[in-house]
Design a binder for this molecule. Structure first.
Ligand code: APR
Length: 260
């Protein structure tokens, strides 16, 4: 089905879900999780850092890595794809954004309250009592590169929880951890109730998140995939648009509401 038809689906939709993954932020310059790590972190495998066991063994190493990632996200900007998703929300009020990304680029593009299935770099919490910790209450993290020679291994000791003194941890879902029940049920409910779901920039390999397009399809929604490459979700998509998020999404929005 050509893009024009996908634009017609969008114009007629009453309840839209935008389900996004790392490819959504690729054109903003956020490295995907699977990209080789650079600089200080080149010798690490992300899969060995993004685990509860890694944090227990070396909290400063894992906190330092997430601070480096957060600083990287703060340096970049939402792209035209993020802005197009926010525009869909303004045209179709019953739009829900479900992202696997831990960046805040949907929010910064104007999306109201995206569901962060895999958590966020911007919502740290206590590793013991789970109390949320506001980033603004934390001391500024020293930039690893500005630290004295010999201390430049990327380690930054995590702050301590004001309530119980335990180390603060990143608010992301690590390998081996359960997704937030609230986030997963809100996402499942939105997928179940939508009539059009866009799956954008995700390989569809990581479960249970990858179940979301199937939930929408089973409940009768049309599934449109936007991705330059074939993925595991090709089979569930009624429409496969091979292209990037920052190119295809704005085109769809422009065509859907061209005369308004
Ligand atoms: N526009 C759209 N899609 C793109 C773009 C782009 N500009 N660039 C790359 N892609 C696609 C790739 O073709 C790939 O299918 O984005 C997808 C990225 O896949 P993954 O790196 O596997 O990312 P994602 O699906 O979000 O991973 C899911 O796994 O790594 C963990 O927890 C992490 O949330 C993440 C989860």
């Amino acid at each position: 089905m050509p893009e024009r038809d996908a634009a017609e689906l969008l114009r007629d939709a009453k309840r839209v879900v935008a389900f996004t993954g790392a490819g959504m932020s690729a054109e903003s310059g956020v490295p995907t999780f699977r990209d080789a790590l650079t600089g200080l972190w080149a010798r690490f495998d992300p899969k060995t850092l993004a685990t509860p066991a890694a944090f227990a063994a070396d909290p400063a190493l894992v906190w330092g890595w997430y601070e480096w990632r957060r600083a990287g996200v703060e340096r970049v900007h939402p792209n035209a794809g993020h802005r197009a998703v926010a525009s869909i929300e303004s045209h179709v009020p019953n739009t829900v954004v479900i992202t696997q990304n831990v960046d805040d680029l949907h929010e910064r593009a104007g999306s109201g309250t995206p569901i962060h299935l895999h958590g966020s770099l911007f919502t740290p919490r206590c590793s013991s009592c789970s109390r949320p910790v506001s980033l603004s209450s934390l001391p500024p993290s020293p930039d690893a590169a500005s630290r004295p020679e010999g201390e430049r291994d990327g380690r930054i000791p995590p702050p301590q929880c004001a309530a119980c003194g335990a180390p603060v941890r990143p608010g992301v879902v690590w390998f081996g951890e359960e997704l937030s029940t609230d986030a997963l049920s809100a996402a499942t409910e939105a997928a179940f109730g939508c009539d059009l779901l866009f799956t954008v920039g995700t390989s569809g390999l990581v479960y249970p998140a990858a179940e979301i397009p199937y939930v929408a399809a089973r409940s009768g929604a049309t599934v449109v995939q936007i991705n330059p490459e074939p993925t595991a979700l090709d089979a569930v998509a009624d429409v496969n648009l091979r292209g990037t998020a920052a190119r295809i999404l704005p085109e769809l929005v422009a065509r859907a509401w061209a005369d308004r």
